[in-house]
Design a protein around this ligand. Sequence first.
Ligand SMILES: [Fe+2]
Ligand SMILES: [Fe+2]
Length: 328
Amino acid sequence: MQIFQTENTPSPIETAKSATLAQAIVKANAAVQNGVKPFSGEFFRECFAVAEAGDKIEQYFNRAIQNPTGLYMFFQRYTHFNAYTSAVISRLASSIAMSRYLFSDPTVETIEEADRGFNLAAKVMIAASDEGTNDGAPHRTLAQLLLRTMGDYAELSVAERNQFAAVPAWLTDICNGIMEGYSGVPGDAVSLIRSMGFHAASELFGDIEYELVDKVVRYDNKDVGFDAFLRKTPAAELCGHRYHPWGYVLVHASHKGAAGVEACHFECVVDALNMVANYRPESKEQIMQWALEGFEQFMNLEQDMFARVDAETQAFVAAQAVKELALV
Ligand SMILES: [Fe+2]
Ligand SMILES: [Fe+2]
């Protein structure tokens, strides 16, 4: 049975915003018909060109690391973006938890006892609470330590660092898109499922990005450039604990070390989506479509962010080189 193609209702494939999403929905249909679990890491990776997107991200990191000031600028933009993705997770957890009787266990007859909104929200709250890391430094604080270290590496003055704090309008627009897509609307199941798909993309790509930047900096450029600088940079005291600047990356993911929190957060939201597939009356295919829409929405914003930050950084570095030549 092709759930997405009936005669009386417009096919979601026809109304899909992009060919990529349409292809993902076809793959989702096929997956359900083959009896596989609705959501998994493999599922999302197969539905979208995740590996190709990762290759592009690796190229961006490779270009950024070529110039110390470019590296600072690139990471100022990247951590600015990540500060929003991190901040908004708790909104999604709250939106789900505030929704009554939307997600119900069909095996429980009493309406009040069947309500499972908080069970789903608890899965998302794991990611939200890790941003604060209980007694330790929040991830934002770790990001600031890394950026400070990159500024030291580039030998930038305070004034030079502060010029980057005025972020371009396009980055603000992208961050606003992140806030909107991530938050979910309490009481609106479709919005919440899309936002869970959005969250899944943010965690999966977070895992990929941090793993790649660790590879580029500490393995592909071992003992040179920024890696050499990092190796002689001591740990700093933050919030009563000592942290190495690269800890910000390693807590999220690493190239050859143990899995970081991003992989765990992704598994949590996959669990939540599989619970949704059991706790909603719609078909699994429909639930998957909504989640895929959210996943694609995040992926597009994130890819756009990287492409623009890369272009902006490379233009800045080229302009700096011209200025320096003129001074010679
Ligand atoms: Fe984080
Ligand atoms: Fe995360």
